[in-house]
Design a binder for this molecule. Structure first.
Ligand SMILES: [Cu+2]
Length: 287
């Protein structure tokens, strides 16, 4: 009796271990849930559709293998001779249609929300270049809009294998895109030279950056932090060297940074103007 008990315990333990490692692997291979409402709805939708597909697979292949096994030749089974069966034909037309409609309804809701860029509180133009990104903050007063490039900052020694590669290898930039937490930010995605694609997995957003076309995206990120992404359209030899880093700042901190950037931009414009326009120089030095 004790032996049976110990065997049962061992089997139960091994089964739960297999199940746990299977779940861990599935979690690792699965889509990530991300941090925004949209990325979470995409994740839930993905799980739901995957579950429906797996169930359909189990039922269809189950019926197929069971009927092949039960009606095999060695059992002396005679093949059926009927031509058509209206009940079956109607059933295999209506059931998949209902399943598709059932998948369409939740998908449509998420897609519609993903494309809803209305009521954004700020706008950033994202422009892809071979091989870097440019971010332009479109200010209400257009003259105060400022922009900067975001270049790969991974040391060359790491790329050339002369230094140990860090965890964020090829995912570091000199100046990240900064956005505020809890505010709806609209991104206008385009490109200067060839087609790129802007993707931040944790935000659940990704759009092609196409020269001459502006694609819209949006995100509300609830948690401050650093989020990383990559260009996802093969755009040339350095395609793997144009990462995306988004630093989400608490609102107050962001506003201070934004004001500094605008002030810097105004100062730069004035110094440019004073260099190229002697009259401006006279007026400003006279005043
Ligand atoms: Cu690329």
């Amino acid at each position: 009796m004790n032996t049976l008990k110990s065997i049962t315990t061992k089997v139960a333990l091994s089964l739960s271990l297999v199940l746990a490692s299977g779940l861990a692997l599935a979690d690792e291979l699965n889509l990530r849930a991300g941090v925004t409402e949209i990325s979470k709805s995409v994740y839930d939708l993905h799980n739901l559709i995957l579950l429906i597909c797996v169930l359909i697979g189990v039922v269809v292949y189950g019926v197929m293998f069971v009927s092949m096994y039960l009606h095999r030749k060695s059992r002396g089974h005679e093949p059926a001779q009927f031509d058509d069966n209206h009940v079956l034909e109607i059933a295999w037309t209506i059931i998949p249609t209902l399943i598709l409609v059932g998948m369409f309804i939740p998908s449509y809701g998420v897609l519609k929300e993903m494309y809803n860029t209305e009521n954004a509180e700020m706008t950033v133009e994202v422009r892809g270049y071979q091989w870097k990104w440019e971010y332009k903050y479109v200010d209400e007063d257009y003259n105060n809009s400022f922009s900067f490039f975001s270049n790969l900052a991974t040391p060359r020694a790491q790329i050339k294998n002369r230094q140990v590669k860090t965890e964020t290898y090829l995912l570091e930039v000199d100046e990240p895109l900064r956005i505020p937490a809890n505010r709806k930010v609209k991104f206008l995605v385009t490109a200067e030279d060839v087609i790129h694609a802007w993707w931040v997995p944790d935000f659940g957003i990704k759009r092609d950056a196409i020269p001459g076309i502006i694609n819209e995206l949006w995100a509300i990120v609830p948690e401050p932090g650093t989020y990383r992404g990559q260009c996802t359209e093969l755009c040339g030899k350095d395609h793997g060297f144009m990462p995306i880093v988004v630093e989400v700042l608490p609102e107050v901190e962001f506003d201070l940074w934004y004001q500094d950037k605008v002030a810097e931009k105004i100062a730069l414009d004035q110094s440019k103007k004073s260099q190229s326009d002697p009259e401006f120089l006279t007026v400003s030095s006279g005043g």
